[in-house]
Design a protein around this ligand. Structure first.
Ligand SMILES: C[S@@+](CC[C@H](N)C(=O)[O-])C[C@H]1O[C@@H](n2cnc3c(N)ncnc32)[C@H](O)[C@@H]1O
Length: 375
């Protein structure tokens, strides 16, 4: 956890990070993407040490956190895996890790947020606060909510670091609980939506979505309209199980919002991936280490029975494909749904582990950062 009292020291980190990223890119990537110990003699890294972003190990410096640079902002979060948290050949995860940033995910919605000047915005499941901080540029005010106290601490740190603490406020709580009497012009989120065996204690908070991945999404669809101003909009990223043509979330939306005056646009970001590969390969993949890659997103390994029960659940519920899309919802005269695709599919497969920054080359990292800038 970061100490937040001394704002001036946190703010001093911004020019240091800017300088490192612009003028010493390789050192920046070594430290914050590859998590390597680096020798830096000629630069003043004092603010980064004082705030705990980095530490001294012998004569070298080591990052305590991942820091993602995006359009002049620097977003502090945790590493998905760490070279320094390995046990029995397995990368360990912590229950309360703060979700890292992947090129095809959080930056996409952060930069494409349908925020208007003067909006009062809610960023649910805010994590590091990345989406809230990008919305804050146009919004009058942004509230970010997360159920993980460590995420709230990181988000508050990021707000101060990026000089946005007057425009964003982060609150601890479950879904809409901390804003029970408020209405927003935009509700935006990228939340815990990974379908996992129904064992919350085995997963970090950031990814546990329940057996069909829809625990959070279902509650959101059910409750969100209560928190919208008359012209309120909604937007979220939706990696969802479904059948060949549709994500399950779309069915839930029709059931719950079918009589409302909402216009729903679903931007299909990849072709639905058939789950047969999941049925056939996921067992092997979840139970055995994959060379050169971290194991999947659990804290505790699964047993064979836990896995086969879950695969049976998926089959019984006719989940045959994995979808990835972005929802945008606007007020309208009547209920309607439109499906779209982005002009260019930049990431035909959205798979976390092969995209883990520790395993990418310098040129690939630079390429991905350029893609994020272009969103
Ligand atoms: C995949 S992470 C995304 C974080 C951030 N929105 C981003 O794009 O980087 C999901 C986040 O949802 C939070 N979360 C999980 N369940 C929640 C709940 N019931 N209410 C609020 N936040 C929740 C987690 O703590 C985590 O920070």
């Amino acid at each position: 956890m970061f100490k937040l009292k001394d704002k001036d020291i946190i703010k001093c980190c911004l020019p240091v990070l800017e300088n490192l990223f612009k003028k010493h890119k390789e050192t920046y990537i070594n430290l914050f993407f590859w998590e390597r110990d680096v020798d830096i003699n000629n630069l003043n890294l004092r603010p980064l040490l004082d705030t705990g972003l980095i530490k001294k190990v012998g004569n070298k410096f080591r990052a305590n956190v991942f820091i993602f640079p995006l359009s002049g902002k620097f977003i502090v979060c945790d590493f998905l895996i760490s070279h320094h948290r390995v046990k029995d050949g397995r990368y360990l995860r912590r229950k309360d890790d703060v979700w890292p940033i992947f090129a095809y995910e959080s930056p996409y919605i952060a930069k494409k947020a349908i925020v208007k000047k003067g909006d009062y915005v809610l960023d649910l499941a805010t994590g590091s606060g990345i989406i809230a901080l990008f919305c804050a540029e146009k919004a009058k005010k942004v509230v970010g909510i997360d159920i993980n106290p460590k995420a709230i601490n990181y988000a508050q740190f990021n707000a101060i670091l990026n000089n946005l603490e007057d425009k964003v406020e982060f609150r601890l709580g479950d879904l809409f609980e901390p804003v029970s009497a408020e209405k927003f012009d935009l509700i935006v989120w990228n939340g815990p939506t990974i379908a996992t065996p129904d064992l919350p204690n085995k997963y970090p908070i950031y990814c546990f979505g329940g057996a069909d991945g829809l625990n959070f999404t279902r509650k959101f669809i059910d409750r969100a309209p209560n928190y919208l101003s008359p012209k309120g909009r909604m937007q979220w990223l939706d990696p969802c199980l479904g059948n060949e043509t549709s994500p399950k979330s779309l069915k839930i939306i029709k059931e719950i919002w079918g009589n409302s005056s909402l216009s729903v646009t679903y931007e299909q970001r990849v072709k639905p991936n058939p789950l047969y590969s999941l049925y056939e390969n996921v067992g092997k993949f979840l139970l055995k280490p994959t060379k050169g890659l971290p194991r999947p997103l659990w804290i505790e390994p699964l047993t064979g029975k836990e896995l086969s029960d879950w695969l049976d659940f998926l089959k019984r519920n006719n989940f045959t494909h994995i979808h990835a899309g972005m929802y945008r919802v606007y007020p309208s005269e009547s209920f309607r749904i439109t499906k779209t695709r982005p002009k260019k599919i930049l990431f035909p497969r959205m798979n976390y582990l092969p995209q883990e920054w520790h395993f990418l080359s310098f040129s690939r990292i630079k390429q991905l950062l350029r893609i994020c800038e272009g969103y």
